[in-house]
Every structure is written in structure tokens, then in C-alpha cells.
Design a protein around this ligand. Structure first.
Ligand code: UTP
Length: 271
């Protein structure tokens, strides 16, 4: 069973500057609700019981958002506003299952994941990248079902426009397992058009094996001088670890760019 999830939140968010010079992008409202709450709701609905947030000193605003009890208690005492009481109860529900670890230098997603090494208990865990929202269908839940069926690691996958290929982690598929699931044998981070093995990209949902930590410990910085989770995945694939690309149902929204963020507000307001 997958009971733990991790969420890297320690990146700089440069694509959303100048907002992110003072604000954590994950708290920006999408149709009135902080983006990170959509991710938390997806986890809870998928049966996750514990979530590790990887933050940095610069992103302590996120920790404060979930740890502001005195503020809420004082306000509720004074105002007795049912809306505030409801919101506070929701925050308490989230707070109960969140733990915080720090990555103070943004050395890459792989390095962020490594910070959770001492927290992961089971053989597999879920990782979600909070810029990637998937609406209309619980992607984590269906990936957990795929993991149960095939007893393997799973990554969310989507067909992307070849023109944008160098933005993504891209797979080489070797075998169709069923309508939505494919076995992969290569994953390349941000390839150039002529090096891309396909037009299938990794989206920010991963079910990873605990043994990935030993690979991450050995990695040196790759593309762009960062330690990429995809490089550790490739090392595991080289040792015959089974990785499945899951073509998820639902709609993908990229909240990490301004254009995508604005579109996400529009799409979610239509639900
Ligand atoms: P990205 O590289 O896509 O986003 O990381 P970013 O760094 O936040 O923003 P840009 O690209 O500068 O605009 C994907 C996810 O991984 C986290 C980020 O917070 C984001 O949620 N991350 C990235 C870390 O936690 N640590 C890192 O060192 C890098």
C-alpha cells in the first residue's frame, strides 16, 4: 500500500517572478483556493496518510500557513464566523498529516527528494510536483491502482507537442501493458528534438521505490547543473527496476508559468 507522499516545494519559481520574489507560488489562489490544497486533496482522496513537504527557509510562508493556530483561535473567539471556523478545521485536517523537511539550496528535484530519506517507511512512496495540477480525475489514485496491479514504479505520462520537447523528461516506451500503461526503458531529462526518444513526457506524479535514495546519493549534477530525479530513475531502469508510464485521464494544468497559472484559474472556475 502507498501511504506516504512527498511534495518538493523548495524551488525558486523564477517563471512566476516578480510574484515569487516575496510569495510562495504554491499558496497563490487558483479560483480562490491555494494551489497546494488541490494537491493535498488529491493525496487524501487517494488514501495517503502522511505527506512530507520539502521547503526552504525562503518558503517558510508555507509552514506558517498550516501552523497559525493562535491567530485562528483568537479570531474565532472574537468573531465566531462559521466560514472562518470551517476554513480553520480544513487547515487542521491538513496539518495533522504534514511533516516539513528543508532543502536550503535548490540543487534540483533529485536533491529535494533525497532530503526525505529518513522519513520514508514503506517500499514505495508517491511524489507530486505541485506545479502540475490534474483535474477531473484523481491521477494519484489511478497510479496507486496501477502500482497494485503491476507491483512496479509508475510515472504519469502525457503526449506533448514536439516543439516543446526540451522542457520535459521524455520516455522511450518498450511495451504496451494495457490501454493506458506502458513499460519504459529510457527516460531523458530535457532532450533536444533530435535526441528525444518519443513525444511522451513525464508529468509531476511518480510512484518511486525507496531504493531510489541510494541512487540519488551517488548522482552528480546533470542538465542545467541540477540533480534530476529522472537521472536516478534511469539508473534504476538500468538495473531492471520496472517503471510504468501511465497515460492519465483528466486534464493537465501547468501552474508554474504565468500563462498556465491564468489558464488554470479559468479551467477550474468552469468545473
Ligand atoms: P521546477 O524547476 O519546475 O520549478 O521544479 P521551480 O524551480 O520552482 O520554478 P522555476 O522553474 O524557477 O520557475 C519542480 C518542482 O520541484 C521543486 C519546485 O519547488 C517545484 O515544485 N524543486 C525544484 C525543489 O523542491 N527543489 C529544487 O532544487 C528544485
Amino acid at each position: 500500500m502507498i501511504k506516504q507522499a512527498i511534495i518538493p516545494l523548495a524551488g525558486l519559481g523564477t517563471r512566476l517572478l516578480p510574484l515569487t520574489s516575496v510569495f510562495a507560488k504554491e499558496l497563490l489562489p487558483i479560483n480562490g483556493k491555494p494551489g497546494i490544497e488541490y494537491i493535498l486533496d488529491e493525496c487524501i482522496e487517494a488514501g495517503i496518510k502522511e505527506i512530507v513537504f520539502i521547503i526552504s527557509k525562503k518558503k517558510e510562508m508555507i509552514k506558517n500557513y498550516f501552523n497559525n493556530d493562535k491567530f485562528y483561535k483568537d479570531i474565532i473567539k472574537k468573531k465566531k464566523d462559521p466560514r472562518i471556523i470551517k476554513e480553520y478545521k480544513k487547515i487542521l485536517k491538513y496539518k495533522k498529516i504534514i511533516k516539513f523537511v528543508y532543502q536550503n539550496k535548490p540543487l534540483g528535484t533529485g536533491d529535494a527528494v533525497l532530503k526525505t530519506k529518513n522519513y520514508i517507511k514503506d517500499k514505495y512512496f508517491l511524489m507530486l510536483l505541485p506545479d502540475d495540477l490534474i483535474i477531473k480525475y484523481n491521477c494519484s489514485k489511478s497510479m496507486i491502482d496501477v502500482h497494485k496491479r503491476y507491483n512496479s514504479s509508475v510515472m504519469a505520462s502525457m503526449t506533448v507537442n514536439k516543439k516543446t520537447i526540451s522542457r520535459w523528461g521524455v520516455y522511450k516506451l518498450i511495451k504496451k501493458l494495457d490501454k493506458k500503461n506502458f513499460l519504459i526503458n529510457d527516460v531523458i531529462e530535457k532532450p533536444s528534438l533530435n535526441k528525444a526518444p518519443s513525444n511522451k513526457a513525464v508529468i509531476g506524479r511518480y510512484i518511486l521505490p525507496k531504493k531510489i535514495f541510494s541512487k540519488l546519493q551517488k548522482l552528480t549534477p546533470g542538465k542545467g547543473g541540477e540533480i534530476h530525479i529522472t537521472d536516478a530513475i534511469q539508473l534504476l531502469i538500468n538495473e531492471n527496476e520496472k517503471f510504468i508510464a501511465h497515460n492519465f485521464s483528466g486534464k493537465y494544468l501547468d501552474c508554474g508559468s504565468m500563462q498556465g497559472y491564468i489558464k488554470s484559474n479559468f479551467e477550474i472556475s468552469k468545473l
